[in-house]
Design a protein around this ligand. Structure first.
Ligand code: SF4
Length: 369
């Protein structure tokens, strides 16, 4: 049996040295790890909340090119921010980032340099506050994301469910004990990197692990991947959604979703969820009446797109439709516009609608025949 890592100061010192040496020799060259600019570190940590590192490069580059400083971000419109965030999902992150940038800019443009100061900003939770305060300002706060949770549960052989508040608190306390004072930035990044590249969810590469000799799960369990304990997954409901490509002559109708809630502030081809007993065509006509107070004729289905959200999934059926009568009103949307298809690229759409736009490539030429 491996002696409890947290019980011996010498073991903790060895652990830190071995982990940091491995990290400094093997860390990936990521654009947002090459900077000490707190603003850029903050942007990257907000993006990393729900985006995989290997998918983030292009999004990060595009966003910071659009808004190189906190003042540029604060001065932008919400539409511009959502457009630069387009494709990353979880758009509340972008809206909160924008709000927080305005707060920071109004106070002179310096990001708070403490955990508590960061935590007070919109969209900044304990993970982001710990990550930014340690990486940008070397404050001694351990991060606890999914990767670090997994590593700690295995190292310490924690069998309890890490989503429980008491277990989370125990993990943070363990992180505080293990953290190398004054080197929290590198330490936190090393723990996250270890979880992402070595101590992976299904098949940890224990043979390559720089801290294997401290690991209780490796020493005591047949399969360290049994930890952390996972709750059985709840089935996600699936919905059928109809959306209309509603033409009035050469122009298409698009609507902006209300600013709060799912996909808030994004533009879309209007429509909604099918209800029991109605066809998709009936659903679309009803939704358009309820959302925009206009009448349409629904023609054929042009595209079907599957899309998953955190708690449910959808099949989006995109129909060709013709405007018949009525002046659009913002009953269930924040705004609406008749646009030439060539202008669609100026608006921020959800991933599902972007897929429709891509599948119906003719939109970019304005050919609606
Ligand atoms: S020895 Fe294996 S299970 Fe333990 S921390 Fe390293 S990779 Fe993870």
């Amino acid at each position: 049996m491996v002696a409890g890592l947290l019980d011996e100061a010498a073991a903790i010192a060895d652990f830190r040295r071995e982990l940091l040496a491995w990290y400094r020799a093997h860390r990936r060259q990521l654009a947002w790890r090459q900077t000490r600019d707190p603003y850029l570190i903050w942007i990257s940590e907000i993006m990393l909340q729900q985006t995989r590192v290997d998918q983030m490069d292009a999004y990060f580059a595009r966003f910071v090119q659009a808004f190189p400083t906190v003042h540029d971000l604060a001065a932008a419109s919400e539409d511009q921010v959502l457009k630069a965030w387009e494709g990353l999902g979880y758009y509340a992150r972008a809206r909160n980032l924008h709000r927080a940038a305005r707060e920071v800019a109004a106070r002179g443009g310096q990001l708070p340099d403490t955990y508590e100061g960061l935590l007070a900003l919109p969209g900044v939770g304990p993970y982001t506050a710990a990550a930014v305060s340690s990486i940008a300002f070397d404050r001694d706060h351990p991060v606890l994301d999914g990767n670090v949770t997994r590593v700690l549960c295995r190292l310490l052989r924690l069998e309890a469910d890490p989503r429980q508040a008491a277990v989370k608190a125990a993990l943070i306390a363990a992180g505080e004990q293990l953290l190398e004072p004054g080197q929290a930035g590198d330490f936190n990044q090393a723990m996250m990197e270890l979880g992402a590249r070595v101590c992976t969810p299904a098949r940890p590469r224990c043979g390559e692990c720089p801290v294997a000799r401290h690991c209780r799960a490796l020493a005591e369990l047949d399969d360290p991947a049994r930890l952390p304990r996972k709750a059985p997954r709840k089935p996600r409901p699936h919905y059928q959604v109809a959306a209309g490509l509603i033409w009035k002559g050469d122009l298409l109708l698009i609507a902006q979703r209300p600013s709060e809630g799912l996909l808030g502030g994004l533009w879309e081809f209007p429509g909604g969820k099918q209800e029991a007993g109605e066809t998709l065509e009936q659903c679309l006509a009803r939704e358009i009446r309820e959302e925009l107070a206009i009448e349409i004729a629904v023609d054929e289905c042009l595209a079907q797109v599957e899309h998953g959200f955190t708690h449910f999934s959808i099949t989006l059926h995109a129909f060709r439709a013709r405007y018949l009568s009525g002046e659009p009103q913002t009953l269930g949307c924040a705004a609406w516009r008749w646009v030439d298809p060539s202008e669609l690229g100026q608006y921020a759409f959800s991933r599902a609608d972007l897929q429709v736009i891509e599948e119906l490539g003719f939109l970019s030429t304005g050919d609606n025949s």
